[in-house]
Design a protein around this ligand. Structure first.
Ligand code: PEP
Length: 253
């Protein structure tokens, strides 16, 4: 069901002590009836710790990646069964950093989305274009292709459970935010693509987030846009003060 979501992607940051301090601070400051759904994604070793600290709070814990198989000879990988076993509820899939540095493809993204859904994990499916693609005028076909391939073979009922994050690569960690109009244009494009792959009802049920230098000062304008249902936040999710400013500034439609 479409809802406002603020998700923090901590990437490869924070040691155990920082995880404890930050999650504890968020849990203390986020009221139990907070409107946006709150998700944070620490690194694998601290997931059990984060799950325990966030227990009985509105904060959900996500992994930043997973393998699609349950178990087997995949050295260095973590399975969806392991994530659910420790109480993780969400998983980021296909982040542009994984696509760029770790060979993630639309095919592996599709396998991971299917596998996450079959384990009851909510995928946060990332898509986004490079600056070169935007300037070459191929952004639309690129984004549509990423969505179509990621959701290939996935039923409408399952597609409605997926959270999509539109993250223009040129805006990630650069301090360069897409304007609300640019972000809205692509989130609307993604929703139209969902309607063509499924139905308008399915498209309206999916939460579509914007990611790329979201901060307290721009979250209201971004989330006020018709098709932007929240934010996937990197740098500004690492400190509780900055993340709270985003949570408190988000427009819940
Ligand atoms: C991200 O990595 O998902 C992201 C959006 O990062 P930042 O907010 O730092 O641009």
């Amino acid at each position: 069901m479409r809802k406002t979501i603020i998700a923090g992607n901590w990437k490869m940051n924070h040691l155990g002590q920082d995880v404890t301090i930050t999650v504890t601070s968020l849990v203390q400051r986020i009221s139990p009836d907070v409107k946006p759904e709150i998700i944070i994604a620490p690194v694998f070793p601290y997931l059990p710790q984060a799950v325990e600290l966030a227990k009985d709070s509105p904060v959900h814990i996500a992994a930043q990646n997973m393998h699609w198989e349950d178990h087997g000879a995949y050295t260095g990988e973590v399975s969806p069964a392991m994530l659910t076993d420790i109480g993780v509820t969400h998983v980021i899939i296909g982040h542009s950093e994984r696509r760029a540095y770790f060979n993630e493809t639309d095919e592996t993204v599709n396998k991971k989305v299917k596998s996450a859904l079959s384990h009851g994990l909510t995928p946060i499916l990332c898509c986004g274009e490079t600056l070169e693609q935007r300037e070459a005028g191929v952004m639309q076909s690129w984004i549509e292709g990423q969505i179509e391939q990621a959701l290939s073979g996935i039923s409408a009922a399952d597609a409605e459970k997926v959270i999509i994050a539109y993250e223009p690569i040129w805006a990630i960690g650069t301090g360069k935010t897409a304007t609300a109009a640019q972000a809205q244009e692509v989130c609307a494009l993604i929703r139209r693509k969902l309607a063509s792959l499924y139905t308008e009802a399915t498209a309206q049920a999916v939460s579509i987030l914007y990611g790329g230098s979201v901060k307290g000062s721009n979250v209201a304008e971004l989330t006020a846009s018709a098709d932007i249902d929240g934010g996937l936040v990197g740098g500004a999710s690492l400190k509780a003060d900055d993340f709270m400013a985003i949570i408190n500034g988000a427009v819940v439609k």
